[in-house]
Design a protein around this ligand. Sequence first.
Ligand SMILES: [Mn+2]
Length: 333
Amino acid sequence: MNYKLSKKILEQIENVKRILVNCHRSPDPDSVGSALALTRVLTQMGKEVKVICPTGLPQDTKFLVGSDTIERVGFDKFDFGKFDLFIILDSGSSQMVTGLRDPMKFPIPTVVIDHHKTNLLYGDINLVDAKTSSTAEVLYLVFEDWGVKPDKEISQALLTGILADTGVFEYPGVTGKTLGIAQKLIEVGADKDEIILNVFKTISFSKLKFWGEIIRRMELDEKYGFVFSALPYDVYSEFEKPVSAKETGSSLFATVVEGTKFGMIMVEEDKGVLSISLRARGNAFDVSKIAEKFGGGGHRSAAGAKVYDTEFEKAKEAVLQGAREVVNEVGKG
Ligand SMILES: [Mn+2]
């Protein structure tokens, strides 16, 4: 057994008929790949499954078979009455599930399966394995506990989550275990080249130009050891609001500057709402500590948060101040 909870989760599933599965707000390939893999497994068990998401899907997830069946819904008026169980994947908080500003108590039984170390354990059952690369990898281990052998399509969805959440095995924390699972998925027919082409090598020209703007505005805080770039709403609008450009740009450019421990990309994605992506350079600094200061969360090497109801310059200064405080605290500790 990989997880003690696997059996309990399987019992919950066996007792019900209609299961709801989520993709989190602005879903990444781990969220979508995990949801589609679980859906296929549950369908093979004879369950009725629906996948819902509070936002549209970004381009880099649409190549996955079944992604067109994911329904965009508003959680504030969604009818849970048609479902017996809600299985929540890759989401550290209920806000990440719903895209709403306030926490939500779901009216049906919930199972949370995740790998965010800041997970708030808001489900009735919570299987959170923060040592694992991706929710897709956690699911692989759960399926193994259930005696489920992934077919080609499930393998492709799971390998997508693993490759995306590890930057193709690049990020700190990737172990031989992750590589071993990837090997098994490839042996069943997962196509790494298709995943890499679609997730990492299919960037819209406008997103590339937005990355250019991120780099152009980037500043180096030599004293505290980080880089940051902050873009106000009018600039974000001018570049046609590229979806997930902040997160991917952050992974690419906030992690590479000599002399830094981490980097932050801040984009005012709605008027008065500053969205922050944090990435560590190497493994020496835990960026989730900064995210948590602003009500967000994530992983040691990748995290995010939002600052609400604050004018752009003030929000940006608050984030910089908060980051410097965390650097000081860590330095002292
Ligand atoms: Mn993930």
